[in-house]
Design a binder for this molecule. Structure first.
Ligand SMILES: Cc1cc2nc3c(=O)[nH]c(=O)nc-3n(C[C@H](O)[C@H](O)[C@H](O)COP(=O)(O)O)c2cc1C
Length: 190
């Protein structure tokens, strides 16, 4: 897949075939993509918690918050929940701040997941204290981002932003629409 098609296919997916597991080996391959990615001052202070066992996934899911603009939807139901998570942690023994490293790592992981036929969603809205308790995550680590993953069970399309409205929405056929601003709106000339 060329880079444009890979990026196009790499949408945020929030409903999955929960029974389609992702084995640990594949998740380790995805973490390797993050390992090879850019890191501010090359500190490489991120750590990655791999979760794919169904009972462990059940411990992560309650700490995730989904699709704030879809106010009538509480997130994926049982059967449509992610079948794996990679939780990105910041190791405070290596650095006090993590800059944009976790965003870069997350994008590498999701592009890799897309190439493997999976999909996912970055989750920044996290019940952090609950997650720390439920997974027994040491205070040495900041909880930066969760990447929820699985075999996508929804269609996502890109629209143009109209009248400045950037909120994503779902139509009657349950297709998820993501408005993107035009290049003309993004590029500023000198
Ligand atoms: C840093 C970051 C945090 C995000 N956190 C959440 C989240 O907590 N819950 C969620 O449902 N989506 C979350 N998203 C997904 C965005 O809503 C999504 O990227 C946006 O709607 C555009 O859709 P697209 O990824 O398909 O282009 C997050 C995305 C980013 C980059």
């Amino acid at each position: 897949m060329d880079i444009e098609n890979l990026v196009l296919k790499n949408r945020s997916y929030r409903r999955f075939y929960q029974d389609e597991r992702i084995d640990r080996e594949q998740l380790v391959e995805l973490v390797n993509l993050a390992r090879l990615s850019a890191s501010g001052s090359n500190k490489q202070a991120l750590k990655f918690l791999i979760v794919n066992d169904p009972s462990d996934c059940d411990k992560v899911f309650p700490s995730t918050l989904w699709a704030g603009y879809l106010t009538n939807w509480d997130g994926p139901e049982k059967g449509e929940q992610p079948s794996a998570y990679i939780i990105i942690l910041g190791d405070k023994e290596i650095s006090k701040s993590f800059g944009v490293d976790h965003g870069i790592a997350a994008q590498s992981i999701l592009l890799g997941a897309t190439e493997k036929g999976y999909g996912g969603c970055m989750i920044g809205s996290i019940r952090r204290e609950k997650l720390r308790e439920d997974l027994n995550i040491s205070s040495r680590f900041d909880i930066l981002l969760i990447i929820a993953m699985g075999k996508p069970r929804e269609k996502v399309v890109i629209d143009e932003v109209k009248d400045g409205d950037i909120e994503y929405w779902r139509d009657d056929e349950d297709i998820h629409h993501v408005p993107k601003r035009s290049l003309d709106d993004l590029i500023i000339d000198l």
